[in-house]
Ligand binder design. Sequence first.
Ligand SMILES: NC(=O)c1ccc[n+]([C@@H]2O[C@H](COP(=O)([O-])OP(=O)(O)OC[C@H]3O[C@@H](n4cnc5c(N)ncnc54)[C@H](OP(=O)(O)O)[C@@H]3O)[C@@H](O)[C@H]2O)c1
Length: 312
Amino acid sequence: MSKSNLLVFGATGAIGSYIIAAIVNAKDAFNRIAVFTSPNTLSTKSAEINTLREKGIEIITGDVTKKEDVVAAFKGIDTIVSALGRGVIAAQIDLLKWADESPQIKRFLPSEYGTDIEYGPASATEKPHQQKLKVRAALKETKDLKYAYVVTGPYADVPFFLAASKNPRGGAFDVREKKAVLLGDGKGRISLSACGDVGKFVVHTLTHWDQAKGRALKLNSFTATPEEILAEYEKQTGDKWTVDYTPLEQLKKFEAEAWEKGEPDATGLTLRRIWTEGGTLYDRRDNADIGAEDTVTLAEAVKESIRAQLSQ
Ligand SMILES: NC(=O)c1ccc[n+]([C@@H]2O[C@H](COP(=O)([O-])OP(=O)(O)OC[C@H]3O[C@@H](n4cnc5c(N)ncnc54)[C@H](OP(=O)(O)O)[C@@H]3O)[C@@H](O)[C@H]2O)c1
Protein backbone atom coordinates (compact mmCIF):
# COMPACT_ATOMS: atom_id res chain seq x y z
CA MET A 1 0.00 0.00 0.00
CA SER A 2 1.36 3.44 -0.89
CA LYS A 3 1.75 6.01 1.88
CA SER A 4 -1.59 7.38 3.06
CA ASN A 5 -3.08 10.84 3.09
CA LEU A 6 -4.62 11.41 6.52
CA LEU A 7 -7.33 13.76 7.69
CA VAL A 8 -7.62 14.02 11.49
CA PHE A 9 -10.71 15.36 13.29
CA GLY A 10 -10.45 16.50 16.93
CA ALA A 11 -6.66 16.89 16.79
CA THR A 12 -6.52 19.54 19.51
CA GLY A 13 -8.72 17.59 21.93
CA ALA A 14 -7.78 15.76 25.13
CA ILE A 15 -6.73 12.56 23.32
CA GLY A 16 -6.54 14.00 19.80
CA SER A 17 -3.49 16.04 20.81
CA TYR A 18 -1.65 12.82 21.71
CA ILE A 19 -2.83 11.12 18.53
CA ILE A 20 -1.64 13.94 16.26
CA ALA A 21 1.68 14.08 18.18
CA ALA A 22 2.24 10.37 17.52
CA ILE A 23 1.29 10.80 13.85
CA VAL A 24 3.73 13.72 13.54
CA ASN A 25 6.41 11.56 15.18
CA ALA A 26 5.80 8.90 12.55
CA LYS A 27 5.29 11.34 9.68
CA ASP A 28 7.65 9.50 7.33
CA ALA A 29 5.08 6.67 7.30
CA PHE A 30 2.47 9.00 5.76
CA ASN A 31 2.32 11.06 2.58
CA ARG A 32 0.05 13.91 3.69
CA ILE A 33 -1.25 14.83 7.14
CA ALA A 34 -4.15 17.27 7.44
CA VAL A 35 -6.27 18.38 10.38
CA PHE A 36 -9.90 19.48 10.14
CA THR A 37 -10.84 21.98 12.82
CA SER A 38 -13.37 24.70 13.55
CA PRO A 39 -12.75 28.45 13.03
CA ASN A 40 -13.36 28.80 16.78
CA THR A 41 -10.51 26.41 17.65
CA LEU A 42 -8.29 28.21 15.16
CA SER A 43 -8.55 31.35 17.30
CA THR A 44 -8.89 29.84 20.79
CA LYS A 45 -6.05 27.32 20.36
CA SER A 46 -3.84 29.32 17.99
CA ALA A 47 -0.60 28.23 19.71
CA GLU A 48 -1.38 24.51 19.23
CA ILE A 49 -2.51 25.10 15.66
CA ASN A 50 0.64 27.08 14.81
CA THR A 51 2.82 24.34 16.28
CA LEU A 52 1.08 21.82 14.04
CA ARG A 53 1.57 24.09 10.99
CA GLU A 54 5.28 24.44 11.82
CA LYS A 55 5.49 20.65 11.82
CA GLY A 56 4.13 20.51 8.29
CA ILE A 57 0.52 19.66 9.12
CA GLU A 58 -2.11 21.18 6.82
CA ILE A 59 -4.87 22.95 8.72
CA ILE A 60 -8.33 22.91 7.13
CA THR A 61 -11.15 24.82 8.81
CA GLY A 62 -14.88 24.24 8.58
CA ASP A 63 -17.99 23.03 10.31
CA VAL A 64 -17.87 19.30 10.98
CA THR A 65 -21.65 19.09 10.50
CA LYS A 66 -21.64 20.81 7.05
CA LYS A 67 -21.32 18.44 4.10
CA GLU A 68 -19.77 21.02 1.74
CA ASP A 69 -17.01 21.87 4.27
CA VAL A 70 -16.23 18.24 5.02
CA VAL A 71 -16.38 16.98 1.43
CA ALA A 72 -14.06 19.81 0.33
CA ALA A 73 -11.60 18.68 3.04
CA PHE A 74 -11.79 15.07 1.78
CA LYS A 75 -10.06 16.03 -1.50
CA GLY A 76 -6.98 13.83 -1.91
CA ILE A 77 -7.58 12.07 1.44
CA ASP A 78 -7.74 8.27 1.78
CA THR A 79 -7.79 7.82 5.59
CA ILE A 80 -9.84 9.52 8.29
CA VAL A 81 -8.87 9.46 11.95
CA SER A 82 -11.54 10.86 14.25
CA ALA A 83 -10.86 11.92 17.83
CA LEU A 84 -14.06 13.94 18.14
CA GLY A 85 -15.32 14.51 21.68
CA ARG A 86 -18.25 12.80 23.40
CA GLY A 87 -20.58 15.71 22.51
CA VAL A 88 -20.15 15.12 18.77
CA ILE A 89 -19.83 11.35 18.49
CA ALA A 90 -23.09 11.12 16.48
CA ALA A 91 -21.80 13.70 13.95
CA GLN A 92 -19.49 10.92 12.74
CA ILE A 93 -22.49 9.11 11.22
CA ASP A 94 -22.74 11.81 8.54
CA LEU A 95 -18.96 12.00 8.27
CA LEU A 96 -18.65 8.31 7.47
CA LYS A 97 -21.56 8.39 5.01
CA TRP A 98 -19.91 11.29 3.15
CA ALA A 99 -16.62 9.38 3.30
CA ASP A 100 -18.30 6.31 1.83
CA GLU A 101 -19.64 8.46 -1.02
CA SER A 102 -16.08 9.70 -1.70
CA PRO A 103 -14.36 6.88 -3.62
CA GLN A 104 -10.85 8.00 -2.68
CA ILE A 105 -11.53 7.44 1.04
CA LYS A 106 -10.74 3.89 2.06
CA ARG A 107 -10.28 3.88 5.86
CA PHE A 108 -12.11 5.38 8.81
CA LEU A 109 -11.03 5.19 12.46
CA PRO A 110 -13.96 6.46 14.53
CA SER A 111 -13.51 8.15 17.90
CA GLU A 112 -13.28 5.19 20.32
CA TYR A 113 -10.11 5.17 22.47
CA GLY A 114 -11.89 3.96 25.58
CA THR A 115 -13.98 1.26 27.17
CA ASP A 116 -15.01 -1.65 24.94
CA ILE A 117 -18.59 -0.82 23.91
CA GLU A 118 -19.27 -4.43 22.82
CA TYR A 119 -17.56 -6.18 25.74
CA GLY A 120 -20.55 -8.38 26.55
CA PRO A 121 -24.34 -8.56 26.38
CA ALA A 122 -24.79 -5.84 29.03
CA SER A 123 -22.74 -3.38 26.93
CA ALA A 124 -25.69 -2.84 24.56
CA THR A 125 -27.66 -0.94 27.22
CA GLU A 126 -24.87 1.04 28.90
CA LYS A 127 -25.80 4.74 28.55
CA PRO A 128 -22.32 6.08 27.67
CA HIS A 129 -21.98 3.54 24.82
CA GLN A 130 -25.13 4.42 22.87
CA GLN A 131 -23.73 7.00 20.43
CA LYS A 132 -20.57 5.01 19.71
CA LEU A 133 -22.68 1.86 19.09
CA LYS A 134 -24.68 3.81 16.48
CA VAL A 135 -21.43 4.84 14.79
CA ARG A 136 -20.24 1.22 14.66
CA ALA A 137 -23.62 0.16 13.21
CA ALA A 138 -23.40 2.88 10.55
CA LEU A 139 -19.84 1.84 9.66
CA LYS A 140 -21.02 -1.74 9.08
CA GLU A 141 -23.59 -0.38 6.58
CA THR A 142 -21.00 1.40 4.43
CA LYS A 143 -20.08 -0.02 1.00
CA ASP A 144 -16.40 0.62 0.52
CA LEU A 145 -15.09 1.95 3.79
CA LYS A 146 -12.82 -0.19 5.96
CA TYR A 147 -12.56 0.55 9.68
CA ALA A 148 -10.77 -0.41 12.89
CA TYR A 149 -11.69 0.43 16.47
CA VAL A 150 -8.85 1.41 18.81
CA VAL A 151 -10.14 0.19 22.21
CA THR A 152 -7.80 1.30 24.98
CA GLY A 153 -9.65 1.17 28.30
CA PRO A 154 -9.22 4.06 30.73
CA TYR A 155 -6.34 6.50 30.38
CA ALA A 156 -3.70 6.27 33.08
CA ASP A 157 -2.56 9.88 32.97
CA VAL A 158 -3.58 12.91 35.03
CA PRO A 159 -6.39 14.10 34.81
CA PHE A 160 -7.77 10.59 34.25
CA PHE A 161 -7.29 7.39 36.34
CA LEU A 162 -4.05 8.12 38.21
CA ALA A 163 -5.21 11.52 39.43
CA ALA A 164 -6.48 13.38 42.45
CA SER A 165 -10.15 14.29 42.25
CA LYS A 166 -12.38 16.95 43.78
CA ASN A 167 -15.02 14.23 43.98
CA PRO A 168 -13.04 11.08 44.81
CA ARG A 169 -16.03 8.74 45.21
CA GLY A 170 -15.16 7.32 41.76
CA GLY A 171 -11.59 6.58 42.86
CA ALA A 172 -8.54 8.83 43.23
CA PHE A 173 -4.80 8.88 43.88
CA ASP A 174 -3.99 12.22 45.52
CA VAL A 175 -0.22 12.73 45.61
CA ARG A 176 -0.23 16.01 47.59
CA GLU A 177 -2.54 14.63 50.32
CA LYS A 178 -1.10 11.08 50.07
CA LYS A 179 -4.66 9.77 50.05
CA ALA A 180 -6.23 7.15 47.82
CA VAL A 181 -9.80 6.03 47.23
CA LEU A 182 -9.69 2.55 45.71
CA LEU A 183 -12.49 1.12 43.59
CA GLY A 184 -14.20 -2.12 44.60
CA ASP A 185 -12.19 -4.16 47.09
CA GLY A 186 -8.96 -2.82 45.58
CA LYS A 187 -8.10 -6.26 44.21
CA GLY A 188 -9.82 -6.15 40.82
CA ARG A 189 -7.51 -5.88 37.78
CA ILE A 190 -7.95 -2.94 35.39
CA SER A 191 -6.15 -2.46 32.08
CA LEU A 192 -5.06 1.13 31.48
CA SER A 193 -3.47 2.99 28.58
CA ALA A 194 -1.13 5.95 28.84
CA CYS A 195 -2.32 8.76 26.55
CA GLY A 196 1.00 8.72 24.67
CA ASP A 197 0.50 5.01 24.00
CA VAL A 198 -3.02 5.70 22.67
CA GLY A 199 -1.36 7.91 20.03
CA LYS A 200 1.10 5.12 19.21
CA PHE A 201 -1.72 2.57 18.99
CA VAL A 202 -3.42 4.71 16.32
CA VAL A 203 -0.19 4.95 14.30
CA HIS A 204 0.43 1.20 14.58
CA THR A 205 -3.18 0.49 13.58
CA LEU A 206 -2.62 2.51 10.40
CA THR A 207 0.81 1.05 9.65
CA HIS A 208 -0.31 -2.58 10.33
CA TRP A 209 -3.56 -2.23 8.44
CA ASP A 210 -3.77 -5.82 7.13
CA GLN A 211 -3.81 -7.04 10.75
CA ALA A 212 -6.01 -4.23 12.05
CA LYS A 213 -8.80 -3.78 9.51
CA GLY A 214 -12.33 -4.74 10.49
CA ARG A 215 -11.35 -5.36 14.13
CA ALA A 216 -11.99 -3.87 17.55
CA LEU A 217 -8.37 -3.95 18.74
CA LYS A 218 -8.07 -4.49 22.51
CA LEU A 219 -4.96 -2.52 23.39
CA ASN A 220 -3.48 -1.34 26.67
CA SER A 221 -0.28 -0.19 28.35
CA PHE A 222 -0.45 -2.27 31.56
CA THR A 223 -2.86 -4.10 33.87
CA ALA A 224 -2.88 -3.61 37.64
CA THR A 225 -5.18 -3.67 40.65
CA PRO A 226 -5.94 -0.44 42.56
CA GLU A 227 -3.92 -1.91 45.48
CA GLU A 228 -0.91 -2.52 43.20
CA ILE A 229 -1.17 1.05 41.90
CA LEU A 230 -1.31 2.38 45.47
CA ALA A 231 1.71 0.27 46.46
CA GLU A 232 3.65 1.85 43.56
CA TYR A 233 2.70 5.37 44.74
CA GLU A 234 3.77 4.49 48.29
CA LYS A 235 7.06 3.09 47.02
CA GLN A 236 7.82 6.14 44.84
CA THR A 237 6.73 8.75 47.44
CA GLY A 238 8.37 6.84 50.31
CA ASP A 239 5.29 7.18 52.56
CA LYS A 240 2.28 5.17 53.69
CA TRP A 241 -0.92 6.70 52.25
CA THR A 242 -4.38 7.05 53.84
CA VAL A 243 -6.73 4.65 52.07
CA ASP A 244 -10.48 4.55 51.60
CA TYR A 245 -12.62 2.36 49.35
CA THR A 246 -15.69 2.74 47.14
CA PRO A 247 -17.08 -0.82 47.09
CA LEU A 248 -18.85 -1.86 43.88
CA GLU A 249 -22.34 -1.70 45.42
CA GLN A 250 -21.64 1.83 46.68
CA LEU A 251 -20.30 2.83 43.28
CA LYS A 252 -23.52 1.58 41.69
CA LYS A 253 -25.54 3.75 44.10
CA PHE A 254 -23.43 6.84 43.30
CA GLU A 255 -23.86 6.06 39.60
CA ALA A 256 -27.66 5.73 39.83
CA GLU A 257 -27.95 8.97 41.83
CA ALA A 258 -25.72 10.85 39.39
CA TRP A 259 -27.87 9.83 36.40
CA GLU A 260 -31.07 10.62 38.31
CA LYS A 261 -29.87 14.10 39.25
CA GLY A 262 -28.23 14.75 35.85
CA GLU A 263 -24.80 15.21 37.45
CA PRO A 264 -21.85 15.76 35.10
CA ASP A 265 -19.87 12.77 36.41
CA ALA A 266 -22.67 10.25 35.65
CA THR A 267 -20.91 8.99 32.50
CA GLY A 268 -17.60 8.74 34.36
CA LEU A 269 -19.17 6.79 37.23
CA THR A 270 -20.78 4.30 34.82
CA LEU A 271 -17.43 3.76 33.12
CA ARG A 272 -15.69 3.32 36.47
CA ARG A 273 -18.34 0.79 37.50
CA ILE A 274 -17.74 -1.11 34.24
CA TRP A 275 -13.96 -1.09 34.84
CA THR A 276 -14.47 -2.27 38.44
CA GLU A 277 -16.65 -5.13 37.18
CA GLY A 278 -13.76 -6.32 35.01
CA GLY A 279 -14.85 -4.71 31.72
CA THR A 280 -11.29 -3.95 30.60
CA LEU A 281 -10.00 -7.53 30.91
CA TYR A 282 -9.53 -9.97 28.01
CA ASP A 283 -8.09 -13.44 27.45
CA ARG A 284 -5.46 -11.75 25.31
CA ARG A 285 -4.47 -8.20 24.40
CA ASP A 286 -3.98 -7.36 20.73
CA ASN A 287 -0.86 -5.17 21.07
CA ALA A 288 1.41 -7.78 19.45
CA ASP A 289 -0.83 -8.00 16.36
CA ILE A 290 -0.01 -4.39 15.45
CA GLY A 291 3.56 -4.31 16.80
CA ALA A 292 2.63 -2.14 19.77
CA GLU A 293 4.09 -4.12 22.68
CA ASP A 294 6.52 -1.47 23.88
CA THR A 295 4.22 0.45 26.24
CA VAL A 296 4.38 2.56 29.39
CA THR A 297 4.72 0.52 32.60
CA LEU A 298 2.85 0.98 35.90
CA ALA A 299 6.01 2.45 37.49
CA GLU A 300 6.44 4.94 34.62
CA ALA A 301 2.76 5.95 34.71
CA VAL A 302 2.89 6.54 38.49
CA LYS A 303 6.13 8.53 38.15
CA GLU A 304 4.48 10.73 35.51
CA SER A 305 1.34 11.15 37.66
CA ILE A 306 3.48 12.29 40.63
CA ARG A 307 5.31 14.78 38.41
CA ALA A 308 2.07 16.09 36.86
CA GLN A 309 0.20 16.40 40.18
CA LEU A 310 3.08 18.16 41.95
CA SER A 311 3.53 20.61 39.07
CA GLN A 312 -0.15 21.64 39.13
N1 LIG B 1 -10.43 6.14 27.86
C1 LIG B 1 -10.61 7.24 28.54
O1 LIG B 1 -10.28 7.33 29.74
C2 LIG B 1 -11.17 8.44 27.81
C3 LIG B 1 -11.16 9.70 28.43
C4 LIG B 1 -11.61 10.79 27.71
C5 LIG B 1 -12.08 10.62 26.41
N2 LIG B 1 -12.11 9.38 25.85
C6 LIG B 1 -12.62 9.20 24.47
O2 LIG B 1 -11.74 9.87 23.58
C7 LIG B 1 -12.49 10.41 22.50
C8 LIG B 1 -12.17 11.90 22.37
O3 LIG B 1 -12.58 12.54 23.56
P1 LIG B 1 -11.84 13.85 24.11
O4 LIG B 1 -12.19 13.98 25.54
O5 LIG B 1 -10.41 13.80 23.69
O6 LIG B 1 -12.60 14.95 23.26
P2 LIG B 1 -12.64 16.53 23.52
O7 LIG B 1 -11.32 17.00 23.98
O8 LIG B 1 -13.85 16.87 24.32
O9 LIG B 1 -12.97 17.04 22.04
C9 LIG B 1 -12.14 16.67 20.96
C10 LIG B 1 -12.42 17.54 19.77
O10 LIG B 1 -13.73 17.29 19.27
C11 LIG B 1 -14.20 18.47 18.63
N3 LIG B 1 -15.47 18.88 19.28
C12 LIG B 1 -15.83 18.71 20.56
N4 LIG B 1 -17.05 19.21 20.78
C13 LIG B 1 -17.47 19.70 19.61
C14 LIG B 1 -18.65 20.33 19.16
N5 LIG B 1 -19.68 20.55 20.02
N6 LIG B 1 -18.75 20.68 17.86
C15 LIG B 1 -17.75 20.45 17.00
N7 LIG B 1 -16.58 19.84 17.36
C16 LIG B 1 -16.45 19.49 18.63
C17 LIG B 1 -13.17 19.57 18.84
O11 LIG B 1 -12.36 19.58 17.70
P3 LIG B 1 -11.91 20.98 17.03
O12 LIG B 1 -11.51 21.87 18.16
O13 LIG B 1 -10.81 20.64 16.13
O14 LIG B 1 -13.12 21.48 16.32
C18 LIG B 1 -12.41 19.03 20.06
O15 LIG B 1 -11.10 19.50 20.13
C19 LIG B 1 -13.95 10.12 22.78
O16 LIG B 1 -14.35 9.00 22.02
C20 LIG B 1 -13.97 9.82 24.26
O17 LIG B 1 -15.01 8.93 24.63
C21 LIG B 1 -11.65 8.31 26.52
